[in-house]
Design a protein around this ligand. Structure first.
Ligand code: FAD
Length: 317
C-alpha cells in the first residue's frame, strides 16, 4: 500500500504546489506507515521531490502531455495507482489538478475530497478537514472505499523539508489517442508573470482605480514584490483587465500568503474567494469599506497617493 502524489510540472519544472502536496503526502504516508510515491510527468529533475520526503518517483516522459490534458493525466494517474498499490491519491487544488482528479474519481469509482486543509486526524478512520461554504466553515469528511483522492488546498499546508534520497523510475503508462479526448495543441504562455495559483503574494485592484489606464502602478507594485496581479469582478466585466485575473466567488480562488486589495470595497462575493489568504492588506479611501473588517492591516487613503509611496519605500529594501 502507498500514498500516491501527483506532482504538477510546467515546462519541465515542478510547480510550487508540487512541493506542498509532496510534503503533505510524505507526512500522511509516514503517519500510516506506508510508502509515499510521486508521479511526475515530463519533469526535468524528478529527484527534487526527495527534499520533501518522497523516496520514489514514477517518471513519465510523454510529449503529448507537454500541454496539460485532464483526461490523459487521469489515465496516467489511474495506471500509477495500480503500479504503486495506492490507497490514497494526493493532488493540489489547482484548476488542472481538480479537473484531472474529478475524472480520476470517475475512472476509479473513488471518493474525492478537495480544499483539504489538514492531515487526517489520528484514529481508525481517515477523516480530513476541508473548507466549505466559501471558506466560512470547515467540514469533516471521512475517506471510505478502496481508493480516495485528497485535493490539498493551496498554501494551507505549506512546504515542509524532509530530505530523503528520491529514486526516479521510468514509468510508461499506455495512452491511446482516445485518452486525450481532444487533439493536443501547443499553448504559448502569454507571459512570464506569476500566476494567481502559484503566487505567494497577490496585488489586486478594484473599481476604485477608475480605469485601465491606472493599472501601471498595480503592475509596478506586483513587480517589486514578485506578486501576481488580480482584480475584482466589475473590473474584468468592464474589460479593464482580463477575465483570468478576476478573483472571488465566481472567479479564481486566492489563498496567498499576502493579499493586497486596492480600491476594492470587500463585497461578500469578493471576500468569499480571497479570505483564505493568510494576511490581507486593504487600501481604500472609505473607512467604512467592508473590507476593513476582514483586513489584517488597512490604510485609509487614496490609492493614487499611497501605492506610489509604497512602491518607493519597497524599492529601498
Ligand atoms: P466597488 O464596489 O465600486 O468598490 C470600489 C472601492 O474603491 C470602494 O470601496 C471605494 O471606497 C474605493 N475607492 C474609490 N476610490 C478610491 C481611491 N482613489 N483609492 C482607494 N480606494 C478607492 N465580485 C468580485 O470581486 N468577485 C466575484 O467573484 C464576484 N462574484 C459575484 C457573484 C454574484 C452572484 C454577484 C451578485 C456579485 C459578484 N461580485 C463579485 C460583485 C460584488 O458584489 C461587488 O459588486 C464587487 O466585488 C465590487 O467590486 P469593487 O470593490 O472593485 O467595486
Amino acid at each position: 500500500m502507498s500514498v500516491l502524489v501527483y506532482a504538477e510540472t510546467e515546462n519541465g519544472t515542478f510547480r510550487k504546489n508540487a512541493f506542498e502536496v509532496a510534503s503533505y503526502a510524505s507526512q500522511l504516508a509516514a503517519s500510516l506507515g506506508v510508502e509515499a510515491v510521486a508521479v511526475a510527468i515530463n519533469a526535468d529533475h524528478p529527484e527534487a521531490l526527495g527534499a520533501y520526503g518522497i523516496g520514489r518517483v514514477l517518471q513519465v516522459s510523454e510529449d503529448r502531455l507537454k500541454t496539460f490534458n485532464a483526461r490523459a493525466t487521469a489515465a496516467v494517474l489511474k495506471q500509477a495507482v495500480s503500479q504503486a498499490g495506492a490507497r490514497i491519491v494526493v493532488t493540489s487544488s489547482s484548476t488542472d489538478a481538480k479537473y484531472a482528479a474529478s475524472i480520476l474519481a470517475g475512472l476509479l469509482k473513488a471518493g474525492y475530497v478537495n480544499n483539504v486543509v489538514s492531515l487526517p486526524e489520528p484514529g481508525e478512520s481517515l477523516v480530513v478537514r476541508r473548507t466549505a461554504f466559501s471558506n466560512k466553515a470547515f467540514a469533516y469528511t471521512e475517506l471510505l472505499g478502496d481508493v480516495s483522492i485528497i485535493g490539498v488546498s493551496n498554501n494551507a499546508f505549506g512546504v515542509v523539508e524532509n530530505p530523503v534520497n528520491a529514486a526516479a523510475e521510468a514509468f510508461a503508462p499506455a495512452l491511446a489517442d482516445a485518452d486525450f479526448g481532444v487533439k493536443p495543441v501547443s499553448v504559448d504562455k502569454a507571459s512570464d508573470k506569476v500566476t494567481i495559483a502559484d503566487a505567494e503574494i497577490v496585488v489586486s485592484g478594484g473599481r476604485g482605480l477608475k480605469g485601465p489606464e491606472n493599472w501601471g502602478m498595480i503592475e509596478e507594485l506586483a513587480g517589486v514584490l514578485g506578486a501576481a496581479t488580480a482584480c475584482s469582478k466589475p473590473v474584468s466585466d468592464l474589460g479593464w483587465r482580463p477575465h483570468s485575473e478576476h478573483v472571488g466567488q465566481t472567479g479564481k480562488p486566492v489563498a496567498s500568503n499576502l493579499y493586497i486589495a486596492i480600491g476594492i470595497s470587500g463585497a461578500i462575493q469578493h471576500l468569499a474567494g480571497v479570505n483564505a489568504s493568510k494576511t490581507k492588506v486593504v487600501i481604500n479611501t472609505d473607512p467604512e469599506a467592508p473590507f476593513f473588517k476582514a483586513a489584517d492591516y488597512g490604510v485609509v487613503g487614496d490609492a493614487f497617493q499611497v501605492v506610489p509611496e509604497l512602491i518607493e519605500k519597497l524599492k529601498e529594501f
